[in-house]
Ligand binder design. Structure first.
Ligand code: TUI
Length: 318
């Protein structure tokens, strides 16, 4: 398959693996790149030395293109910018913020920059400052989310930009990929389906919870305070909900409780398998995911499903 995204990145399939903090390590990213997609190492909140180690490791696993995601809310974001430049990383994505101030350094280093954006306004700004493409992530996605759905937002972003748009949020199989392409996307980013890949170092409890999840099992916490995050419902999300209701009732709420509740929660879920106090971030598409598979099975299934869906759609041509 050839389009602007496969040509820009020199990859076989325009399928990105979402940069899920604590989950998207060198093992997952390397497997996705080897399968013909774009594997992405999540910088998350990790310090520089951890990210450097993962970059060196992924280069041993694959000789294909890969990317690093810089999570801009991280206290180490600046260090990760240094790391990707020093380690000769060729493609980066950014999330949870505005990468404008780092852009001159990325460009000087010849790095392809693909910001994740939640709205038309931010997408246009990214194009203006020299982004090579953008990922538009609808609110069906897991983790930190914006306010617009993939279905409504994607065609609006596509119309607003000249550069390629990759669709994310709610894409779990070939039908989702075909739908994103119908809306004008030239690539997709898939997160939740890769959580249950055999190659990930994710606690089995986390994988089982995603596999058991139904369509209505995710919830967005911290809608009114801090950063909205979509995760599977559990004790932690109920505590967030309680804290939020209480905070909405008072004039000057103490917002520290949100910090406290969120601290270390993703690590607790991914590494320790704590399904009560951990943050089990997941997209709404979890209900579609029924089994563990290898990364290569997932990538091939998405692409085959994409082609089959396009064939079905052709039956409506006159
Ligand atoms: O970043 C994500 N998803 C994430 S980051 C994350 S770690 C975290 N955990 C708890 C609280 C906050 C973060 C977990 N999941 N997706 C990409 C994404 N980017 N979603 C939304 C945005 C975004 C938001 C605002 C991108 C740009 C932006 O710009 C605002 C500005 O300053 O212009």
């Amino acid at each position: 398959m050839k389009n602007r995204v496969t040509e820009l990145l020199e990859i076989k399939y325009p399928i990105f693996q979402g940069a899920m903090a604590w989950i998207a390590d060198a093992d997952l990213a390397g497997a996705v790149s080897n399968a013909g997609g774009l594997g992405i190492i999540a910088g998350g909140n990790a310090p520089k030395e951890v990210v450097v180690e993962q970059i060196r490791k992924v280069k041993k696993i694959t000789d294909k293109p890969f990317a690093v995601n810089i999570m801009l809310l991280s206290p180490f974001a600046e260090d990760i910018v240094d790391a990707v430049i020093e380690e000769g990383v060729k493609v980066i994505t950014t999330g949870a913020g505005n990468p404008t101030k780092h852009m001159p350094r990325f460009k000087a280093a010849g790095i392809k920059v693909i910001p994740v954006v939640p709205s038309v306004a931010i997408a246009k700004k990214m194009e203006r400052i020299g982004a090579d493409a953008v990922v538009f992530e609808g609110m069906e996605a897991g983790g930190h989310v914006g306010k617009t759905t993939t279905m409504a937002g994607l065609p609006q972003i596509v119309d607003a930009l000249e550069i390629p748009v990759i669709g994310a949020g709610g894409v779990g199989d070939g039908r989702g990929m075909a739908a994103a392409f119908m809306l004008g996307a030239e690539g997709v980013q898939v997160g939740t389906r890769f959580v249950v890949a055999k190659e990930t170092n994710v606690h089995q409890n986390y994988k089982d919870k995603v596999i058991k999840a139904r369509d209505i099992d995710t919830v967005i916490s911290s809608v009114h305070f801090g950063h909205p995050v979509r995760a599977l419902k559990n004790k932690l999300t109920r505590e967030f909900e309680k804290a939020e209701i209480a905070a909405l009732r008072v004039e000057n709420p103490d917002l520290e409780i949100f910090e406290e509740l969120g601290k270390g929660a993703l690590r607790a879920a991914v590494v320790d398998g704590d399904m009560d106090n951990g943050s089990v971030m997941s997209g709404q598409i979890a209900g579609l995911i029924h089994k563990e598979e290898t990364v290569s099975e997932i990538v091939e299934d998405i692409y085959a499903g994409f082609q089959a869906t396009l064939k079905t759609a052709q039956r409506f041509e006159d």
